[in-house]
Design a protein around this ligand. Structure first.
Ligand code: NAD
Ligand code: UGA
Length: 459
């Protein structure tokens, strides 16, 4: 079949894979190639066992793979043939040198820019899909102009807003698609070419076009605002535990104000995921680099509050279990950073486990999807850790259960059976407030929700 256009995506990760699968589904006249340097990942994309777990994704990949969706490691060949190149490589926090622990590590992204310039034989639109510091396109343009040739590259910013676990739905029913370009004739044309892709399924009024820098910065700010809401509600959860106010009632009361809105007000053991912390720290770094120290401090507090919430959870466990947890068995229900994903990047469960191990706790971890990732996160420090796929076995002889991920499965377990298999007094610390606390108390548990009154049998 002759394709109308060839789209290439460099980076077959959590963003590149699902995004391109949905584009392939909605744009049958385009050929979509997804490439990666990681051959194992590409082999998995070509198998029945995809490298990431996303509801609805496998069905789409199965339908389009080999028709207009192709996964390979043929980077050079595909750069040559593509009209549009999405760059969706990882941009983690820098772990070395200037800006370590704060700035974005742009080495993967820069490597792709050099690859593109080396292998391109015709004009191309380069789309920044990765989350990048504001004004990164400027640097990309400089690299793309290093080869003295007639080939023209137009750089576009098209950040991705999908959340893990709901990636397919978020892509199919996006709140908006953001496209940033230079306000020039060629910039406008490239912006329209990218908008044409999304017009296949996204209503026109949801396609927002801006200048390049607004688009790049909007992505960081969207994540910063979302994370800020979680830190705000988590900070108040601490106050609720001191005053017997109830965090769910507060979230409902304030969320009913349409100006505030009711989403992202679920208190937790802290936010995780590969992006919130990294993107806020990047924002902090950028603000500092422009001398805006008060702006930097303001946003850095969102991350500090998140660290506090994780530590506060562990301190509460130690305090309530009679200030001594050494040698006790504590079981984590949940290791993924949120439900419906196997991803554990920056999962609060990692820090919670590490704090517990420091306290010489015997930790058991149960998660429906994330046990393999948990093993690799705790590699080298997991002498006192057991990984258990069966929740009932995980709870046997435990002194306490911690709800660290909001998996639906945890709500439907037989807690009477679990209670009888545990050491007494049996504790539950619900870091996600997903369980029926009164029922658990009636079964016999001492129940410690987050931001709510504790229910205990101690006199
Ligand atoms: P990821 O680590 O899952 O995937 C990135 C992939 O890029 C990896 O498979 C890696 O091997 C590949 N890669 C790196 N350098 C390469 C090169 N030179 N050539 C070919 N492949 C290369 O990362 P991700 O979670 O998909 O995130 C990608 C970007 O999207 C990041 O900037 C992230 O901030 C942003 N983002 C992520 C999410 C999310 O939910 N994970 C959502 C929105 C935006
Ligand atoms: C987040 C954003 O929601 C996406 O829009 C963005 O594209 C993405 O980051 C990214 O740039 O990577 P994601 O991290 O996948 O998506 O998941 P979220 O649903 O945002 O949850 C993040 C963390 O916040 C999770 O640990 C979750 O449990 C926690 N959370 C979320 C709360 O503690 N309370 C809430 O009310 C909501």
């Amino acid at each position: 079949m002759e394709f109308k256009k060839r789209i290439l995506c460099i980076g077959a990760g959590y963003v590149g894979g699902p995004t391109m699968a949905v584009i392939a589904l909605k744009c049958p006249e385009y050929r979509i190639d997804v490439v990666d340097i990681n051959k194992t990942r590409i082999d998995e994309w070509n198998s029945d066992n995809l490298p990431i777990f996303e509801p609805g994704l496998f069905e789409i990949v199965k339908e389009k793979r080999g028709k207009n969706l192709f996964f390979s490691t043929k980077i050079e060949e595909n750069i040559k043939n593509a009209d549009i190149i999405f760059v969706s490589v990882n941009t983690p926090t820098k772990s070395f040198g200037e800006g370590a622990g704060m700035a974005s590590d742009l080495q993967y992204w820069e490597a792709t820019a050099h690859q593109i310039v080396k292998h391109a034989k015709s004009d191309k639109i380069i789309v920044e899909k990765s989350t990048l510091p504001v004004r990164t396109a400027e640097a990309m343009e400089r690299i793309l102009k290093t080869q003295n040739s007639d080939i023209k590259f137009e750089v576009i910013s098209n950040p991705e807003f999908l959340a893990e676990g709901t990636a397919v739905k978020d892509l199919l029913e996006a709140d908006r698609v953001l496209i940033g370009s230079h306000k020039t004739k060629s910039g406008d044309k490239a912006s329209q070419d990218i908008a044409d892709i999304y017009r296949h399924w996204i209503p026109e009024e949801k396609i927002i076009t801006t200048n390049l820098w607004s688009s790049e910065l909007s992505k960081l700010i969207a994540n910063a605002f979302l994370a800020q809401r979680i830190s705000s509600i988590n900070s108040i959860s601490a106050l609720c535990e001191k005053t017997d106010a109830d965090i769910s009632e507060i979230a409902h009361a304030i969320g009913s104000d349409s100006r505030i809105g009711n989403k992202f007000l679920q208190t937790s053991v802290g936010f995780g995921g590969s992006c919130f912390k990294k993107d806020i720290l990047n924002l902090v770094y950028i603000a500092k680099s422009y001398g805006l120290y008060e702006v930097a401090d303001y946003w850095e507090a969102v991350v500090s509050m998140n660290e506090y919430q994780k530590l506060r959870f562990v301190r509460k466990i130690v305090k309530e279990m009679f200030n001594t947890v050494a040698g006790k068995k504590i079981t984590l229900f949940g290791f993924a950073f949120k439900a419906n994903t196997g991803d554990t990047r920056e999962s609060p469960a990692i820090d919670i486990t590490k704090h517990l191990l420091d306290e010489k706790v015997k930790v058991t971890i149960h998660d429906p999807e994330a046990l393999e990732n948990a093993k690799s996160d705790l590699k080298g420090i997991d002498n006192n850790v057991i990984y258990e796929a069966d929740p009932y076995k995980a709870a046997e002889n435990a002194n306490a259960i911690l709800i660290t991920t909001e998996w639906d499965q945890f709500k439907d377990l037989d807690y009477t059976k679990i209670y009888h298999s545990m050491k007494k007094p049996a504790f539950i610390f619900d870091g996600r407030n997903i369980l029926g606390h009164k029922q658990l108390f009636e079964i016999g548990f001492n129940v410690y929700p987050t931001g709510k009154q504790q229910l205990t049998h101690f006199k």
